[in-house]
Design a protein around this ligand. Structure first.
Ligand SMILES: Cc1cc2nc3c(=O)[nH]c(=O)nc-3n(C[C@H](O)[C@H](O)[C@H](O)COP(=O)(O)OP(=O)(O)OC[C@H]3O[C@@H](n4cnc5c(N)ncnc54)[C@H](O)[C@@H]3O)c2cc1C
Length: 435
């Protein structure tokens, strides 16, 4: 028996699901976000490095990130939050990306960045060392595993400088940022149901009609959106929506190392976010003079795809590998004996570009496959999803005539077909977390 009904059910209350709830509630829809966790942003969002950077391998990717940057920069305005409400902080420290053999000196990315008039600066190796006196700018060639005899040995050359983007940084508490969006959504009348697992998605005559929870509660809605993060593939199977998908999603295990900055270095006030494909890691300052070190997933590393309900949450040698790779650049970095950081999951597509789309079931949509790189885009993706739902529900065929979404701040249109489940694998991708 149905006891409740809504205009829209959003499965998931991570940063993207919550933002979609907010945008739809703002449009006057009666929304319900359902999450099996006890609070918003407790899924993979909680362990996100939450880096806000502007470089992607496609023009649409860069455009979305540039638009998104403005939301984080004007967070209170985006949320329409009262002056007294405490909000997550955007550390606007800029991002530095090394020019390496692996990324072709960034020529492709810069051609997109130039089209968008995004400011940046070329830094020579000596300018890098001026900023970071503890840095070694040797190049190390293709990434290697720890047991490779060549691991950590410079190849005789140097990296080719770097690009510094003053616009960018990180959010130090991604879960709290999601909580901010939840409050904004609730102010617009959106509702949340926590500690509740969606177990069935019900359909009738090829259209979605609602969901059934683990405890048997049936909730009706003519629109259901899968924003289940690393569980997205399981949710699509529940709906029978995977049948026409050319791009799929899988849960990929990730470790992030959390180490103390080198002794005597005030890293937080000095450093920006750094992406370094020569040592195959990205990093950012973390509260308490620490450094977070994530992997850029080089081909030599094992890619461990898992069941999101059953995977190893303990650190492995991957943690040590990432920390040691960072030591190639910062030889004075100590490797602690007591290891800290996190183990979590990306929801990865074949080309590491997300799916923001409808499905083969009327009324059933998906915002998934965020591939470790969509925290920054959550507000923009949510706005685009809300508009896509209006577009499709008013009878337009997005598969045939993809919606063009206008990015209001940077005044550009993006083709939402770029994020279609039916697309061919995008060969322009880096096929890594960089998107
Ligand atoms: C280690 C790590 C580092 C990252 N670093 C960055 C970064 O620096 N920059 C960046 O832009 N992005 C980054 N990302 C990616 C970014 O965090 C994600 O793209 C984003 O958080 C995804 O948000 P989401 O709302 O789609 O998913 P999630 O936060 O995973 O939320 C999905 C929710 O769905 C719920 N759910 C699943 N199944 C069910 C069910 N059956 N019933 C009810 N609820 C269900 C889960 O409980 C979960 O809360 C990183 C991700 C990870 C894991």
């Amino acid at each position: 028996m149905s006891n409740q009904s809504y205009d829209v059910i959003i499965i998931g209350a991570g940063v993207i699901g919550t933002a979609i709830g907010y945008e739809l509630a703002r449009k006057g829809r009666n929304t319900l976000n359902i999450d099996m966790m006890p609070a918003a942003g407790y899924g993979s969002t909680s362990n996100s490095c939450a880096i806000i950077r502007l470089y992607y391998s496609t023009l649409d990717g860069c455009s979305m990130a540039y638009e998104g940057y403005h939301y984080w920069k004007n967070w209170r305005h985006y949320l329409n939050a009262p002056k007294t409400e405490e909000l997550a902080k955007f550390h606007d420290c800029g991002t530095l990306i090394m020019k390496t053999k692996q990324n072709g000196g960034l020529e492709k990315q810069l051609s997109h960045i130039d089209k968008l008039d995004i400011p940046y600066q070329h830094l020579s190796n000596s300018q890098i060392v001026e900023r970071y006196p503890f840095y070694d700018v040797s190049s190390f060639g293709d990434a290697k595993t720890l047991n490779d005899p060549g691991f950590g040995k410079p190849d005789g050359g140097e990296i080719s400088g770097a690009i510094f983007f003053p616009y960018g940084g990180y959010i130090s508490d991604p879960q709290f940022a999601t909580k901010n969006i939840q409050s904004a959504c609730e102010r617009e009348g959106g509702e949340f149901k926590f500690s509740s697992t969606v177990e069935q998605i019900t359909t009738k005559n090829g259209a979605v009609i609602g969901v059934v929870l683990e405890d048997g509660t049936r909730i009706d809605a003519p629109v259901v959106i899968n924003v289940a993060g690393p569980h997205s593939q399981k949710i699509n199977v529940l709906a029978g929506a995977e049948l026409d998908m050319n791009i799929s999603t899988r849960a990929l295990r990730q470790e992030v190392a959390h180490v103390k900055a080198p002794k005597g270095v005030d890293y937080a006030s000095l450093a920006s976010v750094i992406s370094d494909s020569d040592i195959a890691v990205y990093s950012r300052p973390e509260i308490g003079n620490n450094i977070l070190i994530g992997s850029e997933d080089p081909p030599c590393d094992e890619h461990v795809y898992v069941d999101p309900d059953d995977y190893d949450k303990n650190f492995t040698d991957q943690w040590t590998l990432q920390a040691q790779r960072m030591c190639q650049r910062i030889p004075s970095l100590g490797i602690p004996t007591k290891i800290k950081g996190c183990v979590d999951l990306y929801d990865v597509t074949e080309d590491w570009i997300p799916i923001y789309d409808k499905s083969c079931i009327d009324g059933y949509y998906m915002a998934c496959g965020s591939s470790g790189n969509q925290f920054k885009n959550a507000p923009v993706a949510a706005k685009a999803m809300a508009e896509l739902i209006d577009y499709c529900e008013s009878g337009a065929d997005h598969d045939v005539n993809p919606m063009q979404y206008r990015l209001d701040t940077i005044q550009r249109k993006i083709d939402m077909g770029t994020f279609s489940r039916l697309r061919e694998i995008n060969q322009d991708s880096t096929f890594s977390v960089l998107g």
